[in-house]
Design a protein around this ligand. Structure first.
Ligand SMILES: [Ca+2]
Length: 314
């Protein structure tokens, strides 16, 4: 089964069984993934509704990634840094100028959270890097993620940076924001605000979703276009993106990519690995990207984020 299936996809259950021995072919281009999506459709839809099945496709190579314009990211950052910080009702005069270390946002006026998903020190815009010595917080790089991340590794990487792994409560408070929204960006699911499986539908001329408006649309992945109940399915060229690539995927305190891109392991002690926020490659992003969704079933794109105590305690 693996020999056939892994030519195109490996579902988590397959990965769990065969692990790294299940080799993937060289990076395909979007047109190639259309076939992969069709082949994966049944399994993906079967798993996605209840267990959030995540599909591991070969990562797009640097040449396959859509051009990334970092200017909007820098602009957003600059605006955020210049703007008054929402201190959650705490008097700014009591906190001083820097309640959090660099690249961290003050959440609810009580704790600091890395602005971006954790990345390796040698990560680039096209590679997650290989150095696993310390977690860094940086925009525009592929986040630290792989199947098999351990809590000890994430805890150690954050500790090496003088931080700690975020707790479930911290993570969820940051995601819900002061308005208690369903997603960090609001309460209505949008397929393109954050990086999910519906973000890059095949919308171009001659492709399955050609002419569908709006495109992408919610749940485009492997579903017929709106108004149709038959194939062809739209598919989606889903892939991980550099940190902070989605300017609108940010909470009220300036924390990016809480929803989507890579799952974020949180610090728990119940013997289970809890991942939050969904990822780029999982079915039913509308459900899995929710701030209150708690995955303990071992998704494939396993990342994390660091938190820290505020430098000024009340
Ligand atoms: Ca994330």
């Amino acid at each position: 089964m693996c020999q056939l299936t892994c030519r195109l996809i490996c579902l988590p259950v397959i990965l769990a069984v065969v692990g790294p021995a299940c080799q993937l072919p060289p990076s395909p281009r979007p047109a190639d993934l259309a076939l992969a999506d069709s082949a994966a459709s049944v399994d993906a839809r079967t798993d996605s509704a209840k267990e959030g099945g995540c599909i591991t496709l070969p990562e797009a190579g640097p040449g396959d990634l859509a051009p990334i314009d970092l200017a909007p990211i820098d602009l957003v950052q600059d605006q955020r840094l210049d703007a008054p910080i929402d201190l959650g009702g705490v008097d700014a005069g009591d906190l001083g100028p820097s309640p959090c270390p660099p690249c961290m946002a003050l959440v609810k006026g009580t704790f600091c959270m890395d602005t971006y998903e954790a990345s390796r020190p040698d990560a680039t815009s096209s590679s997650p890097g290989t150095l696993s010595t310390v977690a860094t917080c940086k925009a525009g790089v592929i986040p630290w993620h792989f199947f098999g991340l351990t809590k000890a590794e994430a805890q150690g990487a954050c500790a090496a940076a003088g931080k700690r792994l975020c707790t479930p409560t911290e993570w969820e408070q940051a995601c819900h924001g002061p308005q208690l929204t369903v997603y960090s960006y609001g309460s209505t699911y949008d397929p393109t605000t954050c990086n999910g499986i519906d973000t890059y539908c095949f919308c171009g001329a001659g492709q399955a979703c050609d002419g569908v408006l709006p495109c992408p649309y919610p749940h485009c992945f492997n579903l017929p276009p709106p108004g149709s109940t038959t194939p062809p399915y739209c598919g989606s060229w889903f892939h991980v993106m550099p940190t902070g690539s989605f300017p609108g995927c940010v909470d009220a305190w300036g924390v990016y990519d809480l929803n989507g891109n890579v799952w974020e392991l949180v610090d728990t002690s119940d013997g289970l690995d809890h991942f939050r926020g969904g990822a780029y490659n999982c079915g039913d992003s509308e459900t899995l990207h929710r701030c209150d969704y708690d995955a303990t079933w071992g998704p494939s794109a396993q990342g994390f984020r660091c938190c820290a105590d505020s430098l000024v305690q009340g």
